[in-house]
Every structure is written in C-alpha cells, then in structure tokens.
Design a binder for this molecule. Structure first.
Ligand SMILES: Cc1ncc(COP(=O)(O)O)c(C=O)c1O
Length: 445
C-alpha cells in the first residue's frame, strides 16, 4: 500500500465509513480534480458522478471561482460577523434574496447543511415563543427524510440506520410516511396517483397543529432516504396545509438547490414560498463550506425588541458569513448566468429521461427514476417481489468496485445506485458516463 495511504489509515477517521473495511479496501488517493473528473496518484481518473457528495455544480477548480477565492483571500480572509460586516456577504445576500421567492428576505449564514437546518428549527421554535405560543415546539417530518447529523437534525430525520445509536439524545418529532412512489402503500402508479400518502401528513397536522412549530421536508427529491423523487403537488399541498394550520414550512434544499432538479431552487418547481429555506452544498459551487437559512420579514420581526427582552436569537457559528465562501458563492451565481447552466440541466434531464427504459430492462432493476441531473436505479432481488438487494451485500459492493474500475462512482444508498451529476456535465461526458454505467450493469447482472 502507498505510504501516504498507510498514514491516512493510521490517522484519519472517514465519515459514513466502516473503518475496518478500509484496511482491505483503502480510499483512493486523489491528487487533482478538473472539470467533472478526479485524478488519482496512480494515473487513473474517475468521473465525479456524485458531485463529491452532491455539492459540485460547475466542475472542479472552475477558473471563475478559483479567481474569486484568490482575490478575496488576499484582501479579507475572515472576520467576526457580529458587530462587523463586509461587501461579499452583502452582495451575496441581495443576489439570493432576488433569486428566491419574494417573502424570503432575511439571511442567516452558517457553514454546512446541518447547521442551516438546525438554525431553521431553532428559529421556528423561538418565533412561536417570541409571539406568545411557546406550546408550538414540535416538528412534523417524513419517514426516510434526511436533514443532517446534529442532534436537532437527527431528530427530524427518518433514516434509522444513521440515528439509532443516538435515540437517547434526540427529541421526539411526528413522522408522516414518505411519498415513496415505487413502493406506494396504496399500490398506485404515477398515472393514477391521488396522493393518498398525503392524508397521513394532513391527519398529523389536524390532530397536533396546536403544538407543532413546523413541517420540514426535502422538496421533490429525498436524497439520503434513497433518492426518492415525488410529485411537486405534494410540496404545494404541504405548503397550503402549513398555512391553513398555522405552522412553518421549512424546505431543506441543501441537496437539491442550484439547478440540480431543473430550476435554480426546487421550491420554484413547486410554486411554493416556504417560511424557511435551507441552502448549503452547492451554494459555493461545492468549493467551500458555506450555508444559509433564509426566512421572511414576519419571522425576523418577531425577534426584534429591546436588548434583554429575551427575543434575541442567541445562535451563531465562528465562520458565519465567511468572506471567501461568499465570494465563491457570488462567482457560482454568476456562472449560472454566463454559462446558461440551467439550459444545460434541461439537456442532461432529457438524456437521462430517455435512458429510463433501458436501465429498467436489467434483471435486478426494480425502479428507475430521474429528475434534473439525478438518475436513481433501485436494485431488487426479483422484479415481481421488489425485495431490495440487502444494504452492504456482496452484490452492492461489487457494483461499487466495478464502477470504480470503469471510472465512475456508484456509491449506493441502501439498494439504490445513482448518478448525481454536476450541472456542467456536457453531452460527450454524459454519453461516456452512461456507457460506463451500462457496462457495470451488464457485468453485474
Ligand atoms: C437534504 C440534506 N439536508 C442536510 C444535509 C446535511 O448537510 P451537511 O452534510 O453539510 O451537514 C444533507 C447532507 O447530505 C442533505 O442531503
């Protein structure tokens, strides 16, 4: 084993990784990344088919972002964001406020997706306290939802595999079933779907709205729960219900924003204005850690009052509004305009859509779903039974290793493999990635 890798295994503890398995299967040592390719020290390249954990947007080391970061770091690196402010954060906030649905006009920065969500949860609860309704302090969320790894985020997440050891730390939240169309409990198909799964959410709200602060969902695409793609109507119905029952709607767009599902923001696809919008991953183009929780004037104003009134939001992070991250995020937004990135997403989406039938034809494929630059393939033991191929099984491990030998990253979520492509992926790259994905599927079926 390469000496560097030995040192990696001696010192580093990798996330979401069984470290014992890394001894026989060490991580790939990457020395360079360019466009949508990662280059390893042993001379191989890998298409970044999962956008480096769903964050890369315009490819790696995009010259526009690199230049913005270089210029910013040589002028102003970091300052405390209490009592001080700076130009990049002001410009970024006004750009984001202009791009998102109108009522979202206040921005609270942090540095990762979990903190963006945690901020929204805390703001929501304190909003109700500040407005004299402190009994509204619980959340409704979806089974299979994923919102991050801090204790608050885990409490509203619904992937037991990730949170089970931490149950004693977590607060209770009300769970509605997820809109998992392939495994619809009513055996409906998209063509005759009447969204019966929504009734459970409505029932929870009807029974508990007096004590509920908000509903949190990942709009249109539930990522870590298995790349579940569900109708925009579900989101707009949730928004209507949230208003009717006087609870906040928190949209966690940490994974789906910035073109990934076809529009800049998923809430635009659904015609919905949430009370809170959580953004991170792609905010800087996937180059630097930065996050923001956007909210409305109504929420913001509930926190105003004399010092000592107890209304202040006592929450913050050392790197809140980091100027270098903000400069990268501004460059990210400018590239969307300059390179017409959303038009490219349309082309990617059309191509992925045209592949559904082909992927669905493989023996162990139960379902193929796609939106924007995302294509998910659900692997089953048998098409009729739909029984999932077990998580972590030899078969799933083989898919991953065969993918790597074919230069693509097919890191499974349970029994689902997927492409989560950078929005800049061009036609040739996409054809090559699809050909390689088919090669893996053919070998392994
Ligand atoms: C929808 C969603 N919310 C929140 C998070 C947490 O983000 P982070 O890993 O940056 O804390 C993720 C991460 O994958 C996510 O997909």
């Amino acid at each position: 084993m390469n000496g560097m890798l030995k040192e990696d295994l001696q010192y580093n503890w990798h996330p979401y990784t069984q470290m014992e398995a890394l001894i026989s299967n060490p991580p790939l040592l990457i020395e360079k990344a360019q466009g949508i390719k990662l280059f390893s020290v042993d001379g191989n390249f890998y298409y970044d088919t999962i956008s480096s954990w769903w964050c890369n947007i315009h490819g790696h080391c995009h010259p526009r972002i690199v230049e913005a970061v270089q210029q910013q770091i040589s002028r102003l690196d970091h300052i405390m964001f209490a009592g001080f402010t700076h130009e990049p954060v002001i410009e970024l906030s006004s750009r984001l406020a202009a791009l998102t649905p109108k009522p979202l006009e206040r921005l609270f920065y942090s540095d990762n997706g979990s903190t963006a969500v945690e901020t929204a949860l805390k703001m929501s609860v304190q909003y109700w306290k500040n407005t004299g309704q402190s009994q509204k302090n619980r959340f409704i969320s979806l089974d299979r939802g994923y919102h991050g790894d801090t204790v608050g985020c885990m409490s509203v997440s619904g992937v037991d595999l990730f949170v089970q050891p931490f149950f004693p730390l977590m607060f209770h939240s009300l769970k509605a079933p997820s809109p998992y169309c392939y495994r619809c409990p009513e055996s409906k198909t998209p063509s005759n779907c009447s969204m019966d799964c929504f009734n459970e959410l409505e029932k929870l709200l009807c029974e508990h709205s007096e004590t509920v602060a908000g509903i949190i969902i990942e709009p249109i695409l539930m990522g870590a729960g298995g790349m579940l793609i569900y109708p925009a109507d579900y989101v707009s119905k949730t928004a209507r219900l949230a208003k009717e029952y006087n609870v906040h709607l928190i949209l966690d767009e940490v994974a789906v924003a910035f073109g990934r599902v076809g529009e800049m923001f998923a809430c635009q696809l659904c015609g919905v204005s949430p009370d809170f919008l959580c953004l991170s991953k792609g905010l800087t183009g996937g180059i630097l850690p930065l996050a923001v929780t956007m909210t409305t004037r109504e929420v913001f104003e509930a926190f105003l009052g004399p010092v000592g009134s107890g209304k202040t939001f006592y929450h913050g992070h050392t790197f809140t509004g980091n100027p270098i991250g903000c400069a990268a995020a501004i460059a990210n937004l400018k590239i969307f305009e300059e390179e017409k990135s959303l038009e490219n997403v349309k082309k990617i989406a059309a191509r992925l859509n045209s592949e559904i039938e082909v992927f669905a034809g493989y023996e162990f494929v139960g379902d193929v779903r796609t939106i924007g630059t995302v294509l998910a393939i659900e692997l089953v033991q048998n098409k009729t039974s739909g029984i999932p191929i077990p998580n972590g099984s030899e078969y799933m491990r083989k898919i991953y290793s065969t993918g790597l030998s074919n230069g693509i990253i097919l890191r499974a979520i349970g029994n689902v493999i997927y492409l989560f492509l950078p929005v800049c992926t061009n036609e040739n790259e996409l054809s090559d990635i699809l050909a390689r994905t088919h090669a893996v599927m053919k070998l392994e079926t």
